[in-house]
Design a protein around this ligand. Structure first.
Ligand SMILES: [Zn+2]
Length: 124
């Protein structure tokens, strides 16, 4: 299993995330082509801190909209921030997280909350 953060690329080169069945920009079937963002830097466009997150989500939970420029296109993603604080304009890298859920704060059993994924880490 790849731990890269991948965005999806349609046959005409448009990038999207998350994957859609058809490209939101040109309407063709997306296919399975991806581009990894894991080695690239993104920039924090804006962020918020949730101090009353839903069950199973860490508290506080800092979320950010991160913009990448890749292949001449801008693509934005929403994701959690690893650090305890973040600022608009911070440079981040995607990091793989084996469990995005925190069973200590969950209402369901731990096994049902082992979701892997990505967060962003400030690397200014
Ligand atoms: Zn397209």
């Amino acid at each position: 299993m790849s731990t890269d953060l991948n965005v999806h690329k349609c046959p005409n080169g448009h990038l999207c995330y998350p994957k859609h069945s058809v490209c939101p920009k040109c309407g063709v079937l997306m296919g399975n082509k991806t581009v990894s963002l894991s080695e690239l830097n993104g920039t924090v466009v804006t962020w918020t801190k949730s101090t009353v997150p839903p069950p199973g989500v860490r508290s506080p939970n800092i979320l950010a909209i991160v913009e990448y420029y890749i292949e001449g296109q801008s693509i934005t993603l929403l994701g959690g921030i690893e650090n305890e604080s973040v600022n608009i304009g911070d440079v981040v890298k995607a990091t793989y997280v084996s469990s995005l859920r925190d069973a200590e704060y969950g209402q369901r059993d731990e096994e049902s909350q082992t979701w892997s994924g990505h967060r962003f880490k400030v690397v200014n």
